[in-house]
Design a protein around this ligand. Structure first.
Ligand code: SAM
Ligand code: SF4
Length: 357
């Protein structure tokens, strides 16, 4: 397993960009974190103990979420992604989905751990409210590894499968599965995950673990847990044969994954494989996103750099005025994007649960 990651070099050599990703025109996706709370404690996302969450008074209201999304939409943002923490913990999720769908984005999607999708008809209700698609995070295909990766919170793998089935039955788009590969924990399951695409029209995406914030893994010498996606591709090829590269044209969303397909009995498999290689092959020069944290900060980068606080503006302006005059929020968005680093640092100051992935 190669762990020689270019991003960890002292002097990474990357293309420089003067505008491109630093222009608001380049932003196509707003990732909206609805809460920093979660019902799981994934090893790569949160520490075992001592996790502190934002007081509820500091978390964006539905009105504020909609105001920021509307400003982004009129600045040319086409895609919204709901995330967290765990977005399904928000009791006003359906209402938020309905109001964001009314802004007529090209796509409104959500990333979730899937546990609640299969309960109380949630997947169906969200589809009804206007959600187009979900991505479900799942890092293990057996119960002991699932319990290990998710921090032993008592949930079962079957709860996630029930959520996936419900999402599919509700017509929530072509499903994507996010798999964070962790060296020594679940890297022996990548071929099994890839085999899901033999029978299902899903995109299974392998994500290189990124050392962000304080988590179980960062507390244990994070670098040792990142597995280079080239090694994952090699393991899949050894088990299932060659990977056929595909263009992104037919892939939902505007994500950074490189897309491939396997063959099954000589025919193209119905599903696809995606590889998100932020550590071994940073794609900063093609970045097309902004992130809104649950407490109202805009972030240009997952790692360090580019944070602009919207709260002073949101707290002091009537939401109706924000809706009729989005220029103040758009100026803050442009400032945030202008702060994108040339290439991301090797270590991020905030956890994914705070940034929304
Ligand atoms: N709770 C939801 C979920 O797990 O899908 C949404 C929020 S989660 C922060 C968004 C995505 O970030 C998930 O797919 C998760 O696996 C991924 N993620 C979290 N921490 C990560 C890390 N340190 N490195 C790579 N991916 C990470
Ligand atoms: Fe929760 Fe998602 Fe973080 Fe796991 S990755 S702890 S499900 S926010």
């Amino acid at each position: 397993m190669s762990l020689a990651l270019p991003i960890l070099d002292d002097q990474p050599q990357r293309p420089t960009f003067a505008r491109g990703p630093r222009s608001l025109d380049a932003v196509k996706l707003l990732r909206i974190s609805l809460t920093d709370r979660c019902n799981l404690r994934c090893l790569y996302c949160m520490p075992d103990e001592g996790m502190t969450f934002a007081p509820s008074d500091d978390v964006l209201s539905a009105d504020h979420v909609v105001a920021v999304a509307a400003a982004a939409r009129s600045a040319g943002v086409t895609h919204f992604k709901l995330t967290g923490g765990e977005p399904t913990l928000r009791t006003d999720l359906e209402d938020i989905v309905r109001r964001l769908a009314a802004l007529k984005p090209v796509e409104l999607s959500m990333t979730t751990n899937g546990l609640k999708l299969g309960r109380g008809g949630l997947a169906q209700r969200l589809a009804h409210a206007g959600l187009d698609r979900v991505t479900v995070s799942l890092d293990a295909l057996d119960e002991p590894t699932f319990a290990q990766v998710t921090g032993g919170r008592g949930f079962k793998l079957a709860d996630v499968w029930r959520g996936l089935d419900a999402a599919q039955a509700a017509g929530l788009g072509r499903l994507k599965l996010n798999v964070v590969v962790i060296g020594g924990v679940n890297n022996d399951q990548v071929a099994q995950f890839a085999a899901l695409t033999h029978t299902r029209p899903w995109t299974v995406r392998f994500i290189e673990y990124m050392p962000l914030g304080e988590s179980h893994l960062t507390h244990r010498g994070a670098d040792a847990f990142t597995v280079d996606n080239a090694d994952i591709r090699a393991a899949i090829t050894a088990e299932h044969g060659p990977l056929e590269p595909l263009t992104r044209d037919d892939e939902p969303g505007v994500g950074p994954a490189e897309i491939y397909r396997l063959r099954v009995n000589g025919a193209p498999a119905p599903g696809r494989l995606g590889f998100i290689s932020a550590m071994s092959q940073p794609f900063c020069e093609t970045c097309n996103r902004l992130r809104l944290t649950a407490t109202g900060q805009l972030r240009a980068c997952l790692f360090d750099g580019g944070e602009v606080d919207l709260m002073p503006t949101l707290r002091t302006t009537d939401p109706r005025d924000l809706a009729s005059n989005p220029s103040a929020l758009q100026a803050l968005m442009a400032t945030c994007v202008s702060q994108k680093p040339e290439v991301h640092s090797g270590r991020g100051n905030r956890a994914m649960s705070q940034l929304g992935g």
